[in-house]
Design a protein around this ligand. Structure first.
Ligand SMILES: [Fe+2]
Ligand SMILES: [Fe+2]
Length: 255
């Protein structure tokens, strides 16, 4: 089964790039499930019902999120089943929404890291708990690990190797070159990257972010300029065993 996973989508330019590239990729590769990280889809920070619908209309089946999921509060009341939007599984008990979703017989799980990201429950044990309780368990399991530290991401990949079909990273907005299949058959990449403007600092306006670094003043996150890059990974997973056959990096750029 071919699954396309798309990195953090940044604001309207990112959503427009998804609309531009996704239908062609679905056709070209025979993609059966599309996952995208939508935590930056509203003005570069957070997600709303409208930006989620934009991605769904473009062909996205499941939207994962991360540390910015509550930045636009209107999404809070729409996370319980109405929209295929999930938030990290290891958020504290009582948080709205759900940390996983089954779509097209694939279990998609969202986890969040703790190093340089925030105070969350243990992502390793949260995943253990889900794997030991969910019944029936789909053969194909894909994990979006929304985390900052490369060490934590590789560690989770190794921890879940052979127990899930794929572990991929989001959150840094910078793609890494280490896509490969781990020894026990789990596809892995430390970060997919982003769908967002390249005249930016990880998707945000250059001057605003530089001012924040140079002067220390708080800044409003605002979306960068120019053409968008579209970063994704294409997974091919064996339907019978749930093991990964291949992981391939996909990159498109607007002209
Ligand atoms: Fe992000
Ligand atoms: Fe993030």
């Amino acid at each position: 089964m071919k699954i396309l996973a798309i990195g953090d989508v940044i604001g309207k330019p990112g959503r427009d790039a998804v609309k531009q590239f996704l239908p062609g990729l679905i056709n070209e590769y025979g993609v059966k499930l599309v996952i995208a990280n939508g935590e930056n889809s509203a003005h570069g920070i957070g997600i709303t019902v409208n930006t989620a619908r934009d991605l769904i209309d473009a062909g996205v089946d499941v939207i994962t999120t991360g540390n910015h999921v509550w930045a636009q509060r209107d999404i809070m009341n729409h996370l319980d089943g109405e929209l295929p939007v999930i938030r990290p599984l290891n958020f504290p008990p009582g948080a709205p929404g759900c940390g996983y979703r089954i779509s097209n017989n694939v279990l998609v799980v969202n986890l969040i890291g703790r190093i340089f990201v925030g105070q969350y429950d243990c992502p390793f044990r949260a995943m253990d708990s889900l794997l030991s309780t969910l019944d029936p368990m789909p053969k194909i399991i894909v994990v979006d690990f929304h985390a900052e530290a490369t060490s934590e991401k590789v560690a989770l990949g190794r921890y879940l190797d052979g127990r899930v079909s794929a572990v991929y990273g989001t959150h840094t907005h910078i793609g890494t070159t280490d896509s490969h299949i781990l020894p026990n058959g789990t596809a892995y990449v430390t970060d997919i990257g982003m769908v967002g403007p390249m005249d930016s600092i990880i998707g945000d306006d250059v001057d605003n972010v530089l001012t924040s670094f140079l002067v220390g003043l708080p800044h409003r996150l605002s979306v960068g300029k120019g053409f968008c890059a579209f970063d994704a990974i294409l997974l091919d997973i064996d339907d019978e065993t749930g093991k990964a056959e291949s992981i391939e990096r996909i990159r498109r750029e607007e002209t």
